[in-house]
Design a binder for this molecule. Structure first.
Ligand code: ATP
Ligand code: MG
Length: 420
């Protein structure tokens, strides 16, 4: 019979990979805790309307990449294509605005779905870690969000990353900027893709983010947001830069970053690697002062980022970061004969109940094969139980690192390892 394969653009995370994820997730939790952020978990499915309004209906994500379907009740449902809209919905629905500001929230292990052409670093299901700091206008908050990401990279031993920042302005400066963009792109309308032609009138800034090569080429010389910032946006952007400089975080101002989601205002940033091929953006984020109101809340500022876990792992592998070894079993209890096998089974359960990882033979292996298996599991200690040991009520425990052995009474075995 033909084997069923995972859907195109999805990946299994098998044991030889999952320990890497655990390591990174532990580091992320630690960093978030240090920065005072708390975890929020939102559903994988949301009403499609949330993303139409949140992400923006002229964006690539909404126009081309969403997994949208009608459920059995005829409701339009979408698998989340990004994390921020869901967090903001949860923030409003759970009235977190009544809590002290800023609310520092993060999400982790968040499956994210985009119907894209699968290739290295681009999947139809990927995972994001992200933070959203809601309630503060201060440029210090933008800088803190950026610093959280950069600190994490450093902790994980990643050195080859560039921080690119830009400001795309507020609705005030956006008006003049959009007019300038419209004038510029009008001259190239015939050479742009169909989607971009419609964007000319609806949302010209989206053209800059188009992945079609011709459009990219045309966009190269388009007017830049930094030249159209109002005084407030200029001052805010300078404030962010000052905070980064005060903490020794290196950055490059990159006027080409506009980000692919409509909710951004002011600061935008990306953290980029040049070592993992074309899909080099590991982390992207920025300020979104209009989104909360757009989704039905009061006017509240916010800033955050999303980080692609798969790309993060690719960068780490490329940077030859040493992941900690997968956890190995502490004690392997080998046994010969049915009575000893039963005792070994019971001992292993007892050891585990005391918090000591232990294993026995499930497969009726010979003693030699059991010891080989113990070795494969990387057991720290190995002990062999036979009729003689049962009669004597004691076993020899071998430390695999140095080969030393010690006699231990069976009744005291768990305590023996407990004290190690
Ligand atoms: P790109 O320009 O590469 O398409 P994006 O701007 O669409 O990225 P964001 O919406 O900012 O990406 O998502 C945040 C992060 O999630 C990205 O920086 C990236 O690391 C990761 N990411 C986005 N889409 C994918 C995908 N299809 N597969 C794997 N990771 C992804
Ligand atoms: Mg994309």
């Amino acid at each position: 019979m033909q084997q069923i394969q995972a859907p195109k653009g999805t990946k299994d995370i098998i044991p030889s990979e999952s320990h890497k994820w655990h390591y990174i997730e532990d580091e992320i939790r630690k960093q978030c805790e240090l920065f005072g952020a708390s975890e929020v978990r939102t559903p994988i499915i949301e009403h499609t309307e949330l993303f139409l309004r949140g992400v923006g209906d002229t964006t690539d994500i909404v126009q081309k990449e969403m997994y949208t379907f009608l459920d059995k009740g005829g409701r339009s449902i979408t698998l989340k294509p990004e994390g921020t809209a869901g967090i903001v919905r949860a923030f409003l629905e759970n009235r977190l605005f009544n809590e002290p500001m800023p609310q520092k929230l993060y999400y982790l292990y968040s499956p994210t779905f985009r119907y894209e052409k699968p290739q290295a670093g681009r999947y139809r299901e990927h995972h994001q870690f992200g933070v959203e700091f809601i309630g503060s206008y201060s440029p210090k908050t933008d800088a803190e969000v950026i610093i959280l990401a950069m600190t994490l990279f450093k902790k994980l031993g990643i050195t080859q990353l560039g921080l690119h920042i830009n400001s795309i302005g507020c609705p005030v400066c956006r008006k003049a900027y959009n007019a300038a963009l419209h004038d510029y792109f009008m001259g190239y309308a015939d050479d742009m893709c169909q989607t971009c032609r419609t964007r000319l009138d609806t949302n010209p800034m989206r053209i800059i983010d188009c992945k079609v090569p011709q459009c990219k080429e045309i966009a190269k010389h388009a007017p830049r947001t930094v030249d159209y910032l109002c005084d407030d946006c200029k001052e805010h952007f300078e404030g962010v830069k000052r905070c980064l400089e005060a903490t020794g975080v290196e950055y490059k101002v990159d006027p080409d970053i506009v980000r692919g989601l409509d909710y951004y205002t002011g600061t935008v940033f990306e953290v980029v690697s040049d070592r993992i091929g074309a899909q080099g953006t590991v982390c992207g984020g920025g300020r979104y002062n209009g989104l909360i109101e757009e989704l039905g809340g009061q006017s509240l500022p916010a800033v955050g980022f999303g980080m692609g876990m798969e790309r993060l792992i690719a960068v780490m592998e490329n940077n030859e970061v040493n992941f900690p070894a997968p956890p190995s079993v502490t004690v392997y209890v080998a046994a010969m004969g049915e009575a000893a096998r039963l005792k070994a089974f019971a001992l292993v359960q007892e050891l585990r109940s005391k918090g000591i990882s232990a294993e026995f033979d499930h497969m009726d292996r010979s003693l030699k094969a059991q010891l080989k298996y113990a070795n494969k599991l990387g057991s720290v200690y190995t002990t062999v139980l036979g009729d003689d040991e049962l009669t004597a009520g004691s076993v020899r425990v071998k430390c695999m690192a140095d080969g030393t052995e010690e006699a231990v009474e069976l009744d005291r075995l768990a305590d023996y390892f407990d004290m190690k």
